[in-house]
Design a protein around this ligand. Structure first.
Ligand code: GLU
Length: 466
């Protein structure tokens, strides 16, 4: 066996990709990708009633948004049912499993009696050691022969050693009487066949691990490294739920959070590397390990997410930023940018990307470049505009006409003009924001003028004094 790391994400397709699932996927992706390993995707669609193709689609889209690419085909667990049954039959042939003919009524009667006698109600099948010659011609399930004494130890990389007394394990059913495999068998067979070396998943599956171990041991298969990560809680310390806000990973795309910020934030939900809060994908890939995963539930904190997102927007490449903003607009069902708007936005990006925590915030600052004339000031801007006379704006026009069109040149020309008028430039800035953007909060007046160019700046000035 090679020592290449193989991880997997194994969602059940019963809804969108939720925050917890996205974090599990990210941890598995980081662990594998950071070690030159493989990251596989298995859709656990054995529950035919609850699984839908739409949910699978939503999970794939969510992962795509987050950039969590997987290796190879998407594996359907349901499609592998024959292989799961084959393993149950192999265990049967090897005497590690048996046919159990007990009916529901018999099992219920067994439990009633055990209860009455004050004994454990774990079902002990009379067929475990029965001579096959005594088998009736009747429906049966296949049960595994669970160890009955000693202990099972799960060596978990997050939880530590978790010990379960074997007398607390029953002879779990592997194959139902209709021949269909149970989920627990499917997971183990799939993980083994897929060559999974590390199982990183929510700690709601810790109990399953003990039962899954039985199958590994009966088959003589290598047990993967387990890492059961604590669930995510809301800011109030209670299990994350709808009342804490959005739960679907993609809802965050539609709210305008950049994927890189989301990845950074999700990585920090339950994992840490010293005091580092903000980091790049490269750093996360280099640093991520199982030792840094905490034992107590992480709390979801929207403020922290926003802060990290702002830092990521600030360092993003402008072309990539434009591309992601266009994807955001589509995800949020907002009108797309025209080619010209996209180009203008990209040109203006240098003065927009600092201090915008989300794409809506960035686009609000971009209003001046996305809007075409005539610029209609909003209420605040209109007030600012009313604080100066048309006369001043008229007088300003030739100075703008003659200014040298560089940041320094514009600063010099406007400051000199303000001084000659006996006012501070600050007094002029509000009205100019209104003229150029129709807004009170904008990038600096000089940056707006530079981005708009002389002609457009003059046109907006002349619109305003009309
Ligand atoms: N399908 C399970 C879930 O969505 C995950 C099982 C596993 O990771 O072993 O919770």
């Amino acid at each position: 066996m090679s020592d290449q790391v193989v991880t997997r994400f194994a969602p059940s397709p019963t809804g969108f990709l939720h925050i917890g699932g996205a974090r599990t996927a990210l941890f598995n992706w980081l662990y594998a990708r950071g070690r030159g390993g493989k990251f596989l995707l298995r859709i656990e669609d054995t529950d035919r009633e609850r699984s839908t193709p739409e949910a699978t689609e939503a999970i794939l889209k969510g992962m795509e948004w987050l950039g969590l690419d997987h290796d190879g085909e998407v594996i359907s667990q349901f499609a592998r049912a024959d292989r799961h049954a084959e393993v149950a039959h192999q265990l049967l042939a090897e005497g590690k499993a048996y046919k159990c003919f007990s009916t529901q009524e018999e099992i219920a009667a067994f439990r009633d009696q055990a209860r009455a006698e004050g004994k454990s109600t774990l079902f002990r099948s009379p067929w475990r050691d029965a001579d096959p010659a005594t088998h009736p011609d009747a429906p049966f399930v296949i049960r595994i022969k669970a160890p009955q004494d000693g202990v099972t130890v799960i060596r978990d990389r997050v939880q530590g050693d978790v010990t379960i007394r074997n007398d607390q394990l029953d002879d779990m059913i592997l194959l139902r009487s209709d021949g269909t495999p149970v989920y627990m068998l499917a997971v183990v067979v799939d993980d083994h066949d897929m060559g999974v070396t590390h199982v990183i998943r929510g700690d709601d599956h810790l109990n399953n691990a003990a039962r899954q171990m039985m199958i590994y041991e009966a088959m003589g298969w290598d047990v993967p490294v387990w890492a059961h990560i604590p669930l995510i809680h809301g800011p109030d310390g209670k299990k994350l739920s709808k009342r804490h806000g959005a739960l679907g990973a993609q809802e965050y795309q539609a709210m305008g959070y950049p994927a890189a910020g989301m990845r950074n934030y999700l990585a920090r939900l339950g994992w840490s590397h010293g005091d580092d809060e903000f980091f790049t994908d490269e750093q996360a890939l280099e640093w991520f390990d199982l030792d840094g995963i905490g034992k107590s539930p992480a709390r979801f904190d929207l403020k922290k997410l926003e802060n990290l997102c702002g830092q990521h927007i600030a360092i993003m490449d402008v072309a990539a930023l434009r591309h992601e903003i266009e994807a955001y607009l589509a995800a949020a069902n907002l009108p797309p940018l025209t080619e010209k708007q996209g180009d203008d936005l990209q040109r203006a990006m240098y003065c927009l990307k600092d201090r915008a925590r989300t794409f809506p915030e960035l686009l609000e600052k971009a209003h001046f470049v996305l809007q075409s004339r005539p610029i209609v000031p909003d209420e605040k801007a209109a007030k600012a505009l009313a604080s100066v006379s048309d006369g001043i704006l008229n007088e300003l026009t030739p100075h703008v006409q003659n200014a040298s069109w560089t940041r320094d040149g514009l600063e010099e020309a406007l400051n000199a003009f303000a001084e000659a008028q006996g006012m501070k430039f600050g007094k002029l800035a509000g009205p100019l924001r209104a003229v150029l953007a129709g807004r009170a909060v904008t990038p600096s007046v000089f940056d707006m003028m530079l981005v708009l160019g002389r002609e457009e700046t003059l046109a907006r000035l002349s619109d305003a004094v009309k």
